[in-house]
Design a protein around this ligand. Sequence first.
Ligand code: NDP
Length: 518
Amino acid sequence: MENTNGNGNGSGPKVERKVLTTNQGRPIGDNQNSVTAGRRGPITLDDFQLFEKMAQFNRERVPERVVHAKGTGAHGHFEVTHDITKYTSAKLFAKVGNKCETFARFSTVGGEKGSADTARDPRGFAVKFYTEEGNWDMVGNNTPVFFIRDPLKFGDFIHTQKREPGSNLKSATMMWDFWSLSPESMHQVTILFSDRGIPDGYRFMNGYSSHTFSLINAAGELFYVKWHFKTAQGIKNLLTEKAELLAGSDPDYSQRDMTHAIEKGEFPSWNVKIQVMPESEIDKPNFDPFDLTKVWPHGEYPLIDVGVLTLDRMPDNYFAETEQSAFNPSNVVPGMGYSPDKMLQGRLLSYPDAHRYRIGTNYDLLPINARKNAGANYNRDGSMRFDGNYGSLPSYEPNSFGGPAQDPKYTERPYTTSTTLEKVGRYNHREGNDDYTQPGNLWRLFDDGQKDRTAKAIANSLGQVPVRIQKLQLSHFQKADPDFAARIVKALGTDQHPEYLHAPDAAELAPAARMPEK
Ligand code: NDP
């Protein structure tokens, strides 16, 4: 049937129309006039059809995602192009040429469901791989790092990206206040305000697992990995001025770009690669390989080819597929595992929890989220259980009635978190951490033009906040690279005030940013 998005010329083929019915299938004779007592009304209580329509309409919205509310989904497939069986026993990777279906969802992070696609914001990059061993979800971003490294700070950080509680306005002060007191944000802040902070739609950006995950081979050897999805279209970004114009004239720019490209048969693809660190080497690098604010330098951990992800079909229905899609970093398959990355562990818990709240207890039975392989367990019932609920199979275990049984070959492989034995406790994640070298390295690889654009974008935002916050934040840029701070000061128009480059001493920092007493 012809769709109604206004893209066609309206002269589509004549189709035989089905008879309109109620939800329960009763044919409807009049969909224009309510049942009234006489010509003027009132409406009578027996107009079940009116009440069904109104009730359904009132319930059309599910809560929008707290983060990543505005998104674009697309179907596709993944094909293995290189042999990585020395790292993983996952069946998907057993043979070069293996394929599986995928569903990807791209998003902005901070804005509401109707917000503009061209905001300066990280982009979500989530892919569901429907494998024969269950669903594998890669729930990453278009940046290889994140603003924080401890999930205890996640809600605090996201609140700074949302609306100020009193005024309901977005607030640069909230953001820079938090960032200036959380130096671990430096790396992601540098990327955010660089040219890559506003990708030109979703086709021209890379995706990264950001987190460290693991792969386990048939011999039981474990390798820590970072996943990279390199755009085959090349990187393309929007300049701030164009992005701001588009936010007004075409707020759905990225959705439109993906829809049009796929409709024209220009299927976007990404080359999938991994960086690998053997389990025995985790204490070798001079940074914590499980710290989400750090990359693994390419020079030491080169990219290894794995496969190609291609997107070739837009959803038939946005709500059923894109809005109801739910990705969990906890969805991995045998031959894969997690890592000690604290942020990953926070997400393993919070993602399924968020989906249960947003779209219900049985969200993973919705067609877009359902596994494609056979599976069975003892979880039962719950609101909106719309499959057969395992019929009359036993609902407890152990049982002697032939219910599904565990298979020890799938037991998780124990993994090493550190080569030294440490106690359980609240460790200060800022202690001894170098928050400046990697953002400095990034700054130093920018060309002159990008340095100036990045400094200007930062100054435009930082210039709106109290001077004491500006100065504290400048002390971080100064530590990453003196040229970084100097260019921002110039862009702020404060280069005649040398005190702007004075780095506050420890006493000026808020307690949260101070190193603990030994
Ligand atoms: P390399 O020189 O080997 O890598 C630099 C990488 O930076 C490139 O491969 C590219 O990543 C990315 N990059 C290039 N230009 C830009 C840009 N204008 N804005 C943002 N990213 C860009 O050195 P290292 O591996 O030692 O990394 C140096 C710095 O590069 C890091 O501190 C980090 O900030 C950044 N980076 C590193 C990545 C990594 O995984 N090592 C990934 C992305 C950024 P890509 O090929 O993924 O596009």
